[in-house]
Design a binder for this molecule. Structure first.
Ligand code: N1C
Length: 265
């Protein structure tokens, strides 16, 4: 008599969502980046307790519904990581992440959010937990549009972006993408969170650099309606708006990848 091997599908461990799951080795990457940042990139922060920060980060979302994430969940993490950016050195970006980061890589005294500890640790990662388990969900995480907007990743970026803007002072800068139709997008993190959390008592001017991709036709410039919208919003906040198309130091970085183009000669 042969004994058949019974096979059955494992019941799903976690709820199933429409977006990709937690980045493999999330916790190790997070801790590794914390040590790299505090020991190598900014040694003045070498006394930072990365273990504590890593635990506060995961405690913000483990064993919780990933569609019920709140700013309060991230409060303990935020309290462990206060970092000051000098006045005039804050660089925002929207739909221009690579170019903005290329720029701060060269212009080392300017800071995007990813040049501060929390942004550096979380950049490019995905994470979520599950209310019925104390583990991370590596299978799937909520998709921003198809599942919920208050998911653990989006709420994190909203929370840290808000503080980054509240802390800014002097002249602030933003790199915008002039090769898309909504160069200033009111629904983006920059348009929705950062602009509204600038403190006019501290920030007197916002300088926008509208950059056009070298190979594509420009669609928006400083004189377009979306930029005028930004100008009007800043006016109500008593912040001066200055705008420049294809700011040369940033243009030269684009030219590194396309040196023969007519606009680079
Ligand atoms: O929605 P965006 O751009 O306008 O957000 C960019 C803006 C920057 O100025 C940053 O300070 O908001 C901050 N920010 C990040 O630093 C960041 N790093 C990674 C916002 N979002 C960030 N991400 C992820 O990219 C996050 O998942 C979010 O949804 C996108 C937003 O990119 P975007 O639309 O180009």
């Amino acid at each position: 008599v042969s004994v058949g091997i019974l096979m059955w599908r494992q019941p799903p461990k976690h709820k199933e969502w429409k977006g990709p799951g937690t980045t493999a080795h999330f916790y190790e990457i997070l801790l590794g980046r914390c040590y790299t940042y505090t020991q190598v990139v900014r040694p003045e922060l070498r006394h930072t307790d990365c273990q504590k920060i890593g635990k506060a980060f995961t405690s913000a979302f483990l064993s919780k519904d990933p569609c019920g994430s709140t700013e309060q969940d991230y409060r303990p993490l935020m309290e462990l990581t206060t970092q000051t950016v000098p006045c005039d050195k804050t660089l925002f970006w929207s739909k221009s992440s690579e170019l903005a980061h290329d720029y701060t890589w060269v212009q080392r005294d300017m800071y995007t959010l990813e040049d501060t500890l929390l942004g550096y640790m979380a950049d490019g990662l995905k994470w979520c937990g599950d209310s019925g388990s104390s583990e991370m969900n590596y299978q799937s995480c909520p998709h921003w549009r198809e599942d919920c907007s208050n998911n653990s990743v989006s709420v994190f970026w909203n929370t840290v972006s808000k503080r980054f803007a509240e802390d800014a002072c002097g002249v602030v800068h933003v790199v915008l993408n002039g090769s898309i139709s909504n160069t200033f997008d009111e629904k983006s993190t920059f348009g929705r969170v950062e602009v509204f959390n600038l403190h006019p008592e501290k920030v007197h001017t916002l300088k926008a650099w509208v950059m056009h991709n070298i190979e594509s036709v420009p669609s928006d410039s400083c004189s377009s309606s979306s930029l005028n919208n930004l100008k009007q919003i800043l006016k109500t906040k008593n912040i001066i708006f200055v705008c420049q198309n294809n700011y040369r130091p940033v243009r030269l970085l684009q030219c590194v990848k396309n040196p023969e183009h007519s606009s680079c000669r």
